[in-house]
Design a protein around this ligand. Structure first.
Ligand SMILES: Nc1ncnc2c1ncn2[C@@H]1O[C@H](COP(=O)(O)OP(=O)(O)OP(=O)(O)O)[C@@H](O)[C@H]1O
Length: 317
């Protein structure tokens, strides 16, 4: 659904050139739900603006929804939906009119546009605001309208640039429910950037991690977490030093340490290594008193890949 190679964008500023995106390759299959993660200024929005034809690449090429970005930008636009970070609704328009007009613009009949508008107003808790001017909406309400506008024509490919930012938990849950329903019902492909790592972890099939304009990792959330440093297994027993010596002989265990009366070790898959660990301890005559497995989080992945925590970066922004 998206094939991009060597996609780059250089902004020219008075202070000199800014290489916002540096030779990005992206392949996204039909119906994939892909999370686009990266710290502030990593190049997510610039990449999305190129893929949605809003910004010409300075190098590279891409096919988006089966159409060439450079030679058929209108073909691309007809097939995609884009929810930018900043609002796309006209301030002097009424909420319902804006949605219905957008539906008509995409070729829907009057009745179809009315039906889709009612469905989306309901989905995003905007039904009471049908006649309200956009300028009189709160920030969260406006954000929900932006998302509804991007979804009005049931696009085959949907780009969502930090759609959850500014939404309350209830609206976030509604948004994700809608995104999943779109995929289940229509096979919609979705590229979504988010700073909510828990969302990305739970809901995306695959993640792309970008930093300083380059893709630094791609994989399922599970694959990325495994790549980092494996699970942490922590156990206590009567004699931690002897236990640590016994565990060091295990090929599955790395970085075996004793700390505060606990034995801590890293292993690629904590769940499968547990049986081997328990056998090993048993044969050494050691009985564990407590044992736990800690899986790496996506924030650990971030820290390892980019040198900083996404959580800290987004709080600071
Ligand atoms: N119009 C512009 N002119 C000059 N530099 C720009 C412009 N737009 C973006 N940049 C720079 O390009 C780089 C990438 O910005 P971009 O907005 O793509 O990052 P991002 O990953 O979307 O960040 P965020 O998470 O904060 O939205 C940054 O260094 C940014 O300052």
């Amino acid at each position: 659904m998206i094939h991009a190679s060597g996609l780059s964008h250089r902004f020219r500023t008075k202070q000199g050139p800014v290489d916002a995106v540096r030779g990005v390759d992206i392949d996204i299959a039909e119906s994939e739900l892909v999370g686009f993660l990266g710290p502030n200024g990593a190049g997510k929005t610039t990449t999305m603006r190129m893929l949605t034809t809003l910004l010409p690449p300075t190098a590279g090429e891409a096919t988006v929804a089966g159409r060439d970005l450079r030679t058929d930008p209108f073909g691309v636009r007809r097939r995609i939906g884009y929810v930018p970070q900043s609002g796309s609704a006209g301030m002097d328009r009424r909420v319902g009119d804006e949605l219905r007009t957008q539906g008509r613009f995409h070729g829907q009949s009057r009745a179809e546009a009315r039906r889709k508008c009612a469905e989306l107003l309901d989905r995003f808790d905007l039904s009471d605001l049908d006649q309200r001017p956009v300028a009189a909406l709160s920030g969260g309400q406006r954000r929900r309208l932006d998302i509804a506008l991007g979804l009005i024509h049931d696009p085959r490919l949907l780009f969502l640039d930090e759609p959850s930012t500014g939404l309350d938990p209830h609206s976030r849950a509604n948004l994700w429910e809608h995104v999943r329903a779109l995929r289940a019902g229509h096979g919609t492909t979705v590229l979504i950037s988010t700073h909510y790592l828990d969302e990305a972890d739970a809901l995306c099939d695959r993640l792309l991690v970008i930093d300083h304009g380059r893709i630094v990792a791609t994989g399922t959330p599970e694959e990325l977490k495994q790549r980092v440093s494996g699970d942490l297994v922590v156990f206590t027993c009567a004699d931690p030093a002897t236990a640590a010596t016994a565990v060091r002989a295990m090929p599955e265990a790395t970085d075996v340490r004793t700390e505060g009366g606990e034995v801590r070790l890293r292993t690629a898959r904590g769940d499968t290594a547990l049986t081997a660990l328990l056998r090993r301890l048993d044969s050494a005559g050691i009985t564990p008193l407590s044992l736990r497995v800690e899986r790496p989080s996506l924030d650990d992945v971030f820290l390892e890949l980019t040198g900083h925590s996404l959580r800290e970066a987004s709080v600071a922004a």
